[in-house]
Design a protein around this ligand. Sequence first.
Ligand SMILES: [Zn+2]
Length: 506
Amino acid sequence: MESGGNSLATVAGTDGTKRRVCYFYEPEVGNYYYGQGHPMKPHRIRMAHALIANYGLLNRMQVLRPVPARDRDLCRFHADDYVSFLRSVTPETQHDQIRALRRFNVCDDCPVFDGLYAFCQTYAGASVGAAVKLNHQHHDIAINWAGGLHHAKRCEASGFCYVNDIVLAILELLKLHERVLYVDVDIHHGDGVEEAFYTTDRVMTVSFHKFGDYFPGTGDIRDTGFGKGKHYAVNVPLDDGIDDDSYQSLFKPIISKVMEVFRPGAVVLQGGADSLSGDRLGCFNLSVKGHAECARYMRSFNVPLLMVGGGGYTIRNVARCWCYETGVALGIEVDDKVPQHEYYGYFAPDYTLHVAPSNMENKNSRQLLDNIRMRILDNLSKLQHAPSVQFQERPPDTELPEYDEDEEDADGRYDPNSDREMDDASPVDETSCRPANEIQTIRAEMDIIENEMKDQEPHKLAAEHAKDVEVMDEVMPPCSKASGIESISVDEPSDTKVEEDKHAAR
Ligand SMILES: [Zn+2]
């Protein structure tokens, strides 16, 4: 396998340079349960965390407990009625809402389970919180292994995903950065994220995935974006059994070219671990090191990096992979010998972090790979320069409420005082972490614009508003027109009430 390194890294600092890392973990996350026989197991996040803790990595980074995303945070991307539905549906009441279940695709792959909404709020809150942290510019890398649910659509659950935390995090990053790159190494196409940003040139999505008679069915190499977004969606279709060398023979040249032509201000890496060898649902043949080489390579560019999880259904390997990649983020090569800890038994019989890939056939011939690489590099060469956006007032960060200091620590490891100078609940008028040039963003601006409406002259107001809606529509294609036409039979509490309830519960 080629080793890392690239031209940008030599300018910005060598790959070995230490990075400031923050890591989001909610100790409750492992308790959510999709149901008997369901391959998606949030317990794997807890297993990864236990490994990370027992390898001693927690004290090398800032560990944060996520603040749950609120309704209004989720509604930056998702339809109001879909969010209301997720908030109100329960395993007991779901049978009274068959039409809504069908309409929002909450069935089979995406079942209703206890605490479903709280689960969504947790993993989305962590990804948005991680983006806020990166925007504060005190960290180089932010990690949320509970996130990466890339299939969720604006008003539809899909592929075990209900809320698209990645889209929400990218929207947050766009408040500071003109351009954000999304890279997806899950075995499944990153369709939800691609769709959300298909018509904009401010977000480039690059997905490496199994293509051909495989969920979700999208991700053809010919799908490259639309309108202003033409050539800003990149799809790398792969076949069964791809190994580390084959994978990197595409990943590195494509990403290198993407970084050169797109010059993103921040990168989101979806590290779905179902592309590993031996995955229960996957059919690739990557080793943990081969998978982690993607993270190592992205890190080498020294651009603010948000690392999220995603798929991964052989849970001991998911834990191995995300623990090892946490080490990569920190610049630490963790030992192959798994330390004694509560889930030690899962790593029998060898109790090692690395397991050899299988001898399965690699259906990706050299010729096929060369052809894919050439076509994609050719498309990328059509992008003359990185697009820029009109500079405007920067919208405020998503305000995350202060952590409750009386709350129990996360496994005794979370220290709410450790982040004093990095106040997540920074008041919006705080100027210390504002950039000199502030840029426009997409959907989040709506709040500010609406608040400012009364203070502006009517003609200016209308113009500003229209422009913003235009930008928003360009980035957010409307969904299936369902919202607003058909009302759902859910008892919908007002936002104010939800806020009160939430605070009462905390
Ligand atoms: Zn997947």
